[in-house]
Design a protein around this ligand. Sequence first.
Ligand code: FES
Length: 87
Amino acid sequence: TFEIALARSALTLQVPAGKTILQVLNENGITAPSSCEQGACGTCLMTVIDGEPDHKDVYLSSIERASNQKIVTCVSRSKSQRLVLDI
Ligand code: FES
């Protein structure tokens, strides 16, 4: 389990094992764009303000991955206990 803090709405949500960031957002009434939901298309990409993503996608380049500034929310998780997202 890790926590996502939504910078623009001042909301903090828990992402348990077995659920994706995208699912948790949708369950909480936050409509986020998505398409493939397999980490390939980049539709669900979000900006990371703070925290360290655990990248599981095949969309980001190695440079983007290393910068920790973007996250593919349909598959990726977090290495840090908390991720702050620019949504
Ligand atoms: Fe395609 Fe997330 S919906 S990468």
